[in-house]
Write a protein that binds this ligand. Structure first.
Ligand SMILES: Cc1cc2nc3c(=O)[nH]c(=O)nc-3n(C[C@H](O)[C@H](O)[C@H](O)COP(=O)(O)OP(=O)(O)OC[C@H]3O[C@@H](n4cnc5c(N)ncnc54)[C@H](O)[C@@H]3O)c2cc1C
Length: 425
């Protein structure tokens, strides 16, 4: 069967695929982006209705295009974020084919490059960039059996409170998704329990600057790996309702019952770990450490930013923390649904080359995979903390485009040498 030839094939047209295309175009490298849904599909159909960006509009964007209808210090609604990437793709004339799923990528036999099977025919590509996202496959821990009599869904399938059956809700996971979903459900009048694990909760704003600014000037976006021991610590930040610091005391005051990590389940009863207070206090310590670092930065750089001593007042622990619920009979407590905000895994089943470890995770250095000619983009901590975020993926895309360009340069030398040899014969 015939196949179309393309030099670089990019799989996925989320923000990573759009950034990759822009950098390849800038270097004059022919390419094609295949997207199984629409551009920025996950921003449209993989997120809840009321979600807004976690970072302000001045920051969560690519160079050369602003959110002209969103206050730069405001937080763009998720559909607007998706529209932004559609506009960016149009501005850069990105060659994107939507509605085409990549089914397999395999090394060509006896020839360089890769054979790519898709729902719309075959391609051969010299280079392949996997830009299928940091968060591909919802992960739900196997704690509660499917027939336990409660509705169970992952945060990526949650849309709004009306979608859930009447009754109380247990939200498991207190990262950015879990806290926002719990807060929305409580505001909609639901009884909510929120299961809180280890987390960081940086201040939304401090002394007149947003969290993203502090992450930038304190060098934290550029950190190459999570701090030792903090690999499984989630980050709770939110742009909801104008952007506010995630404050578990405030959530408790609103009527949410905080509980420890969800541990196990038997006969309708769920048990929580005794780690709630420790998790809350470690989150406080993280929050206060950012204030300390920010103060030190202001001092050292002689900045004139307003003092904010009240930011250090945390208040007493709420009753649900000092006297925590450790067991909950779901039926007796009226809990009819559980939202698992427990994160994501990856699924590279289509990538049938030597670029994955035994568990199916990418083997790479800064996105350059173990299989020559295959690259990853948009992975968590691909090169730095910012890698899976709008701000950071732009830089990684530039790096990957450079790597591809370097390989092309070697190849053109090889081709020129062969041609010269041929001419000399
Ligand atoms: C709830 C939530 C909120 C977030 N908020 C922010 C934020 O405010 N700011 C920020 O910077 N980051 C945020 N992030 C992190 C990150 O920006 C997003 O996860 C973003 O979607 C990642 O973009 P991406 O292009 O790397 O991956 P994705 O958006 O996941 O895009 C991958 C694309 O690949 C396509 N695809 C997958 N497999 C195939 C295949 N086999 N063939 C063809 N196409 C395929 C998918 O359809 C998808 O469109 C958030 C993440 C989550 C989960």
């Amino acid at each position: 069967m015939s196949s179309q030839e393309i030099e670089v094939l990019v799989v996925g047209a989320g923000q990573a695929g759009v950034a990759m295309s822009a950098h390849l175009t800038e270097r004059g490298i022919p390419h094609l982006v295949l997207e199984r849904g629409r551009i920025a599909e996950r921003w449209r159909s993989g997120r809840w209705d009321s979600l807004v960006a976690n970072g302000p509009a001045w920051h969560d964007r690519f160079p050369g295009l602003e959110f002209d209808d969103v206050d730069p210090d405001g937080f763009a609604p998720k559909e607007r974020v998706a529209d932004y990437f559609v506009a960016y793709a149009a501005m850069t004339n990105a060659p994107i084919r939507s509605g085409v799923e990549v089914l397999s990528v395999r090394r060509n036999d006896g020839a360089p490059g890769f054979r790519v099977e898709t729902t719309d025919g075959s391609y051969t590509a010299r280079y392949v960039v996997a830009a299928t996202g940091p968060f591909q496959k919802p992960v739900i821990p196997t704690v509660i059996p499917a027939d336990a009599g409660v509705e169970q869904l992952h945060s990526s399938d949650y849309r709004n409170p009306a979608q859930l059956p009447e009754g109380g809700v247990l939200v498991v996971g207190a990262g950015s998704s879990g806290v926002q979903i719990a807060d929305e459900l409580r505001r909609a009048g639901r009884q909510v329990h929120l299961s809180v694990g280890p987390h960081d909760r940086p201040p939304r704003r401090y002394r007149g600057r947003d969290n993203v600014w502090w992450l930038g000037v304190l060098g934290k976006w550029e950190a190459s790996a999570p701090a030792a021991g903090a690999e499984h610590v989630t980050i709770a930040v939110s742009g909801a309702r104008g952007g506010r610091t995630v404050d578990f005391r405030e959530l408790a005051e609103s009527g949410i019952t905080l509980v420890g990590r969800t541990q196990d389940y038997a006969d309708g009863v769920i048990r929580f770990g005794g780690d709630l207070a420790a998790n809350i206090h470690a989150g406080d310590a993280n929050y206060l450490s950012v204030l300390d670092e920010a103060d030190a930065y202001i001092e050292r750089n002689g900045l004139d930013l307003p003092e904010e001593p009240e930011a250090r007042i945390l208040g007493p622990d709420p009753a649900c923390v000092t006297d925590p619920v450790t067991e909950l009979d779901l039926a007796a407590a009226g809990i009819t649904s559980i939202v698992w905000a427990t994160g994501f895994g990856v699924d590279y089943g289509w990538l049938q080359v030597d670029a994955l470890d035994a568990a199916g995770r990418p083997v790479h250095q800064r996105g350059v995979s173990a299989e020559r000619g295959v690259y990853f983009l948009g992975l968590p901590w691909q090169s730095r903390r910012g890698s899976s975020f709008i701000w950071g993926v732009w830089h990684d895309a530039g790096y990957i485009a450079d790597q591809i360009q370097i390989q092309r340069t070697y190849l053109s030398y090889e081709n020129a040498a062969v041609a010269a040899e041929g001419a000399a014969v």
